[in-house]
Design a protein around this ligand. Structure first.
Ligand SMILES: Nc1ncnc2c1ncn2[C@@H]1O[C@H](COP(=O)(O)OP(=O)(O)O)[C@@H](O)[C@H]1O
Ligand SMILES: [Mg+2]
Length: 258
């Protein structure tokens, strides 16, 4: 079913140079709607750089990006946010002294520390707003912590709240860059289930080092190496791909850290 879903996001020959160094050497990517599309690869492969290109936080050196049928290649990030892209930032996106619920309410209104200067969202009525906040609280499993200051949450809860901050903007596509980094084993399972459940209402583009999670929840996996796409396919195809094994020297695929 998902194999024939419309393409929501497309990168065409995207390049990024830092001086003479090509961090991305012409990347092509097609992300289908309502899928979990993972981007994996050894450290330095260009995964985060690709996210910067897709979400507009940095300018491309070449190539094109099409989102939801619109050319967005040269649009600034806040315009892309308005079109329905949302990125999960790290702890910097939380107001640590404010309760969880207030954090989500501000995010739903388009106010986060990163985006405070970019008023991109239409005003939302208080009723609709609290509905959005309640539904996000449930999705990220933080209902019981709604009144707790974000700074008092556990690491795993903070990481889930970060995802919630992105969800509060009601995005079409959500970009998650290593959402499980630094997590203990209990928190991993919660995050995995959370991401898996997003596919019903969103499209997920995921950078993730934990291969168990990638193989379990991805519809499509793109493997990057040295700024290029090395392989792409379903989890099973990627697991059995000799080039991918070679790229990792059997390391990540067997569950070790990349
Ligand atoms: N601002 C920058 N200036 C110079 N080189 C950079 C910059 N950002 C990233 N790079 C380089 O680009 C390559 C890809 O980095 P990155 O996208 O962060 O990789 P990944 O997320 O896959 O680990 C690395 O070699 C990195 O050192
Ligand atoms: Mg990275």
């Amino acid at each position: 079913m998902t194999a024939h879903a419309p393409i929501l996001l497309e990168a065409i020959d995207v390049e990024k140079c830092y001086g003479k160094f090509a961090a991305l050497g012409g990347v092509n990517l097609r992300v289908r709607a309502n899928t979990v599309h993972s981007v994996i690869g050894p450290n330095g492969a260009g995964k985060t750089t690709l996210f910067h290109m897709l979400t507009g936080t940095k300018a491309v050196s070449g190539g094109r990006i099409v989102f939801d049928g619109q050319e967005v290649t040269h649009e600034p990030d806040y315009r892309r946010v308005r079109r329905g892209m949302a990125r999960s930032f790290q702890v910097t996106s939380l107001f640590l002294s404010l309760p969880v619920r207030e954090n989500l309410r501000l995010a739903a209104q388009g106010v986060t520390p990163r985006q405070a200067l970019n008023p991109w969202h239409e005003p939302v009525g208080p009723r609709a707003l609290s509905q959005v906040v309640d539904s996000v609280l449930a999705k990220v499993g933080l209902e019981r912590m709604a009144g707790t200051p974000a700074g008092n949450l556990s690491h795993g809860q903070q990481r889930r709240l970060e995802v919630g901050m992105a969800l509060a903007a009601r995005p079409k596509a959500i970009f998650l860059d290593e959402p499980t980094s630094g997590m203990g084993i209990d928190d991993l399972e919660d995050m995995k289930q959370l991401i898996k459940g997003l596919r019903d209402q969103h499209t997920v583009v995921l950078i993730e080092h934990n291969m168990n999670i990638v193989m379990d929840i991805s519809d499509t996996v793109t493997v990057m190496q040295l700024g290029r796409v090395l392989a792409e396919g379903k989890p099973n195809e990627i697991r059995g791909d000799d080039r991918v094994r070679a790229a990792y020297l059997g390391n990540m695929i067997t569950g070790g850290k990349g």
